[in-house]
Design a binder for this molecule. Structure first.
Ligand code: S3P
Length: 705
């Protein structure tokens, strides 16, 4: 199996450099990407009076002597973002609140990209902008000023817009909020949170809201290790997937931020086999880990607007996967692609056709018909690094010959790309012609060859198995069935981990009702039924989904049609949407029958919000877990990798939980309340083992033995 460690994340590198420049004191940054885009940010930061120095290609440490939030110096030269939209848009936010005048420009492509999405909201905060070229485009002069608070509703889901406004709020010392139609990558928020800034976020009726409350006057220095860039990993993961049986590519130490990994969910729908392993420690406040992709037969899929923000940069390589999949892939709701480093919709369709793939341009996406014919031809990159790399991967597949005219453009985000690509296609003449030698920033490490026996995403099973009684339990079965223990409680009370441990101790099965809601969420998304249609769902719409709980040794496998769902249930898309679905009365009623069927024979520990009140009102032991608001907030933050939250962050999480409790309690169907006759277990002061023990003891009291 080939194992790769890839250069640092581009989005995080830009943000780390900018925040380090604004910090009070010396920051230490490791793993920065030495690509052309972040170097444009580094150069701009230096022109503003902060000496950063070289960024080593091996990820070695860079020390940045920050000058404080408003200590930047007026530049004597025009700040050139070159090809990097993130550089100029985030810089505009930083400069909006500095008392200085600066001019920003970019290369020919960047000068065509829209800037009013940031200058309009920043202008509303009080900064002044002069467009010196085409309307709405660079070059632009910014005159920073004293800023006003802002509540902005952005028509596009864009991390650059959101980041620019958050940075302006920070520098200007004023609260800001941004609502976006769907959640874009959340690196700025995470970094702010890590620095103890009062940042918050959540889904609201109008969209995804992110806010910065009254910011402090200074930012502490950063000490960060930037993980590998998932967007770079994507190229080699897809290469592994489409390289036929036996192929396997493993990428280690890569960022797994769920707002970035939407590609994995789509590939899973297409039939991809991969394994994701999350490391126990986060880096930069971001989840990291490894991903292994195994050669898989792919089928076409529909990719819709709701998932686009999470894979926006991966659509070029997704198009390559689609070109090698069986059937048609239809990508819609991706109009933003037209204003990236190139018009990626036009570039992908033109290039795919040029090498022999049927591809149609849609106003906001693409339709691609996969083929296994050899693909031969020349493509244009339009100066776009991701177009070059995507066709590089396609050209590296056996039988294909694709000529790429300006391969050096990959340096923007991935110096060393061609060397790795060549190392992954040993014994093969370069399929992607061009491949000019680039500096090697990444370290590919070969470690043997895959036997092709990767894990299976979905195991086919027989349907219709009935729940069988637990063989070796010593508990009596009241009323003709085995005992049922229900564990309910508010969000963050730890009910599902507790229930699982209690079930294991008792030798009962664990019913995780959340998995059922997740299965239905997955099924609906997979069938292309978009969340905005869910409120209108009727039981007749749900009936065709064959979801079965199949009894296993200590729990239930969730089977959709004949496929066991596992990783799919925890995909970011499902996690994001499941609570929306579980609010719907029609869904709760529909799933009631499934849950009761699982409890028909008893020997069950079931956890949820309405297990003791609605699903199993005649349960033998009903437990209601509680914990103080503060303790629950701490647990939630810990789940997100924040072990020592600042007071503001903790308070924000407490407020969120309180609001959620209130919503859960007010719901008309299955409101959160303690079941009649429930045993209260307050876990605030209890260790996990002690709380499990307390429940196990009660359950054992159920039977004389
Ligand atoms: C980025 C945000 C995205 C992405 C770009 C990097 C960032 O752009 O396409 O490559 O680091 O904020 P938009 O914010 O325009 O979607």
């Amino acid at each position: 199996m080939m194992e790769l460690r890839l250069p640092g994340d581009k989005s995080l590198t830009h943000r780390a450099l900018l925040l380090a420049a604004l910090a009070e004191g010396e920051s230490r940054l490791r793993g920065l990407l030495a690509g052309a885009d972040p170097l444009a940010t580094r150069d701009a930061v230096e022109a503003l009076g902060v000496p950063v120095g070289p960024i080593p290609r091996d990820g070695g440490e860079v020390r940045v002597p920050g000058v404080g939030l408003r200590g930047l110096r007026e530049p004597t030269e025009v700040l050139d973002g070159r090809n990097s939209g993130t550089t100029v848009r985030l810089l505009l936010g930083v400069l909006a609140g500095q008392r200085l005048v600066a001019q920003l420009t970019g290369d020919e492509t960047l000068r065509r990209r829209p800037m009013r999405r940031v200058t309009v909201p920043l202008g509303a905060m009080g900064a002044r902008f002069r467009e010196l070229g085409a309307p709405g485009c660079l070059p632009i002069e910014v005159q920073g000023s004293r800023l006003r608070p802002l509540a902005h509703v952005s028509p596009v889901a864009s991390a650059q817009v959101k980041g620019a406004i958050l940075l302006a709020g920070l520098v200007g010392g004023v609260p800001v909020s941004v609502v976006e139609p769907g959640q874009s990558r959340d690196h700025t928020e995470r970094l702010f949170g890590g620095l103890g800034l009062p940042v918050g976020w959540g889904q609201e009726k109008e969209g995804w809201r992110v806010w910065l409350a009254e910011p402090p006057a200074t930012v502490p220095p950063l000490d960060l290790s930037v993980p590998g860039d998932f967007s770079s990993a994507a190229f080699f993961l897809v290469l592994g997937l489409v390289s036929g049986p036996g192929a396997a590519v493993r990428v280690v130490d890569v960022g797994l931020n769920p707002t970035r990994t939407g590609l994995l969910a789509v590939l899973a729908r297409m039939g991809a086999r991969f394994e994701v392993e999350r490391a126990s420690e986060d880096q930069c406040g971001e989840p990291v880990g490894s991903v292994v992709a195994y050669g898989s037969g792919l089928r076409g899929a529909d990719v819709g607007a709701f998932e686009i923000p999470r894979l926006i940069d991966e659509i070029p390589i997704l198009a390559v996967a689609a070109a090698r999949a069986d059937g048609v892939t239809r990508i819609t709701g991706a109009g933003e692609l037209r204003v990236k480093e190139s018009d990626r919709i036009a570039a992908l369709a033109t290039n795919l056709r040029a090498v022999g793939v049927r591809a149609d341009e849609l106003p906001d996406g693409l339709e691609i018909e996969g083929t296994d014919r050899p693909l031969v031809g020349g493509v244009r990159t339009y100066g776009d690094h991701r177009i070059a790399m995507a066709f590089g991967v396609l050209g590296a597949l056996p039988g294909n010959r694709i000529e790429i005219r300006d391969p050096a453009v990959v340096d923007v985000s991935f110096p060393g790309f061609w060397e790795i690509l060549r190392s992954l296609s040993p014994g093969r003449e370069r399929g992607a012609r061009g491949g000019a030698a680039t500096r090697d920033a990444a370290r590919p490490t070969a470690s043997g060859h895959a036997g092709g026996a990767g894990p299976h995403k979905g195991r086919a099973v027989d349907e219709g198995d009935a729940a069988a009684p637990r063989p070796a339990s010593r508990h009596a079965a009241p009323r003709g069935r085995g005992p049922i223990v229900t564990i309910d409680g508010p969000a963050g009370s730890g009910k599902s981990t507790t229930a699982r441990a209690v079930a294991r101790r008792l030798g009962f099965r664990h019913l995780d009702s959340g998995a059922l809601y997740r299965a239905l969420t997955f099924a609906l998304l997979d069938a292309g039924i978009a969340p905005d249609r869910w409120p209108q769902l009727t039981p007749a719409d749900l009936d065709p989904f064959r979801i079965v709980l199949r009894p296993g040794d200590d729990g239930f496998a969730v089977v959709l049609d004949s496929r066991v769902l596992d990783a799919e249930l925890r995909s970011p898309q499902v996690t994001d949407r499941v609570s929306e679905l579980s609010q719907l009365p029609v869904v709760r009623t529909w799933l009631l029958a499934h849950q009761r069927a699982a409890g028909a024979l008893g020997w069950l520990v079931a956890d949820g919000r309405d297990m003791g009140t609605v699903v199993f009102p005649d349960a033998d032991l009903k437990v209601f877990l509680t914990a103080s608001l503060e303790e629950r907030a701490r647990r939630r933050l810990r789940e997100r990798g924040i072990t020592e939250p600042g007071t503001t962050q903790l308070k924000a999480e407490m407020r969120r939980l309180e609001a959620r409790d209130e919503r859960d309690q007010r719901r008309t169907l299955s409101p959160l309340r303690s079941p009649e006759g429930a045993v209260f277990v307050d876990t605030t002061q209890l260790s996990f083992d002690a709380q499990v023990e307390a429940i196990v003891r009660r359950a054992q009291d159920l039977t004389p033995s």
